[in-house]
Design a protein around this ligand. Structure first.
Ligand code: ZN
Length: 263
């Protein structure tokens, strides 16, 4: 199994989808707890939901492996992403706090070092290569990191998550004009609640690669899953809800493209 699927586009935009993967290594497959077996914390169906970006001309990078093998949106040194409850590079617990692995079945340090070298590094090398190519061809690059999560996870956040959660690392991962452009798209509709730099401010990918001074603008979008799928197993895709949501997602991506050009 290759660690990712990549398709180049014609625009200066890379869409990264690190958490939709469901592939497991043999050790992780054998070791998952009963609660983890259905891969509950996957960013389900995100490649399908964002399939329209290919027609727009974006490059698309999709991770193949489950975050239960290794989390592509965490730093390689496994420093915590948030001061509040979070999950790490090799999640020991599910979002709800129950163990990811059956007792004594956690992968070994050597196996995990292999996941870092064979799964995490290639994904990040591909991001770096593609951003460099986009900058060389267009003079600037845009990175859109696409995610989703269940709308209610008491251990991670209080109450129900806003529908659209835009993260710019508190304004550090893109120019202010980009954030303002995305806010304007959100404010122009009333079907979905939204927040900028709320509970989700952007993970490692947004923070590491968003360098507005270098003409690389990065944003993360964390979507509440109930707007396009069932949040309980088997996590079915809901076409009607997804089509409605895409009517906001497409203008968001288009505005990102329009606002992201060189200042
Ligand atoms: Zn995610």
């Amino acid at each position: 199994m290759t660690p990712f699927h990549f398709t180049p586009g014609s625009l200066p935009l890379l869409v990264s989808i690190p958490h939709a993967g469901t592939q497991l290594t043999p050790e992780v497959d054998a070791g998952l707890s009963e609660a983890a077996r259905g891969l509950p914390d996957t960013d389900w169906h995100i490649p399908l939901l964002f399939d329209f970006v290919r027609d727009l001309g974006a490059s698309v990078l999709i991770g193949h492996y489950s975050r239960f093998v290794i989390d592509l949106n965490r730093p390689p040194d496994n420093q915590p992403l948030y001061a509040t409850a979070t999950t790490g590079l090799f999640p020991e617990t599910l979002f709800n706090g129950s163990p990811t692995f059956a007792p004594g079945s956690t992968p070994t340090a050597a196996q995990r070092a292999g996941y870092l070298a064979d799964i995490w590094q290639p994904y990040h090398q591909q991001i770096q290569q593609e951003l460099a190519r986009l900058k060389a061809e267009h003079g600037y690059a845009l990175l859109f990191d696409a995610h989703s999560i269940a709308s209610e996870i008491p251990r991670l956040f209080e109450g129900r998550l806003p529908d659209l959660n835009i993260g710019t690392n508190d304004g550090k991962s893109c120019r202010a004009e980009v954030t303002q452009g995305l806010e304007a798209v959100c404010a122009a509709q009333s079907d979905y609640s939204w927040v900028v730099n709320g509970r989700f401010k952007g993970g490692y990918i947004t923070r590491a690669y968003g360098q507005p001074a270098e003409n690389i603008q990065a944003v993360q979008l964390e979507l509440a899953q109930l707007n396009y799928m069932d949040e309980t197993p088997p996590f079915a895709w809901r076409q009607e809800r997804a089509s409605a949501l895409q009517k906001v997602l497409k203008p968001l991506v288009q505005r990102f493209i329009a606002c992201g050009h060189i200042a």
